[in-house]
Unconditional design. Structure first.
Lengths: 116, 113
């Protein structure tokens, strides 16, 4: 019963390096999300997807790109990492719209990224 | 756009004390409201939800009532336990389409025995 799995769990990058965070869900959920969590800021939405092949920008999309080539996977890319992207990143998924369908979000355990 | 404001923490209580964590929101339409809990080192878990005015969500002894007149969704528990120590997030759907959730900044609860 894996739910939402994020890899890696930890990563340290140097400024300017690139990386991809992988999120996989085995619940056949349509919607997937990437949030970042920073002290005193709560969770802020980076990008989200309402189905395979679709993506949309959230509140803080700059510096990130995403792809949803398969329904079960949602990738978050950092092309040129900056210290301001040091954060804990959470992936989440939901069966339907949390607003219209009252579908709750299911979260992974997070990826802690440090950019030096 | 829609937004949510939570009381700032940390909240420090003794075991068996009464808990209230305030949450107010600003929204167009009638968003669904949620409380999530995050235990150390883990992702967020849904604690309870309410989908329309006057609905009461409840789970594990926690309750929250959707108050449209005061635009509030305060979290309460009559008798907290040490195991309730965690960060609590209030959230609402982002707009009429409700495609994502907007979270408050979180309130840290610490319960001592």
């Amino acid at each position: 019963n894996a739910g939402v799995t994020q890899t890696p769990k930890f990563r340290v990058l140097k400024t300017g390096q690139s990386m991809t965070l992988l999120c996989a869900q085995d619940m056949n959920h349509e919607y997937m999300y990437w949030y970042r969590q920073d002290p005193g800021m709560g969770l802020r939405l980076i990008h989200y997807s309402v189905g395979e092949g679709t993506t949309a920008k959230g509140e803080v999309p700059d510096g990130y790109n995403v792809s949803r080539l398969k329904k079960q996977n949602f990738l978050l890319g950092l092309e040129s990492a900056a210290p301001s992207q040091t954060s804990v990143y959470f992936c989440a998924s939901s069966y339907g719209s949390p607003g219209r369908n009252n579908s709750p979000l299911h979260f992974g355990n997070g990826t802690r990224l440090t950019v030096t | 756009g829609n937004s949510v404001t939570q009381m700032e923490g940390p909240v420090t209580l003794s075991e068996e004390a009464f808990l209230t964590i305030n949450c107010t929101y600003t929204a167009t339409g009638y968003p669904s409201l949620f409380w999530y809990v995050q235990y150390p080192g883990e992702g967020l878990q849904l604690l309870l939800k309410a989908t329309k005015a006057d609905d009461k969500g409840s789970n594990k002894g926690f309750e929250a009532t959707y108050r449209k007149e005061t635009t509030s969704f305060h979290l309460e528990k009559g008798s907290v336990q040490v195991s309730d120590s965690a960060v609590y997030f209030c959230a609402l759907s982002d707009n009429q389409a409700g495609t994502a959730l907007i979270f408050g900044k979180g309130t840290t609860l610490s319960v001592s025995s």
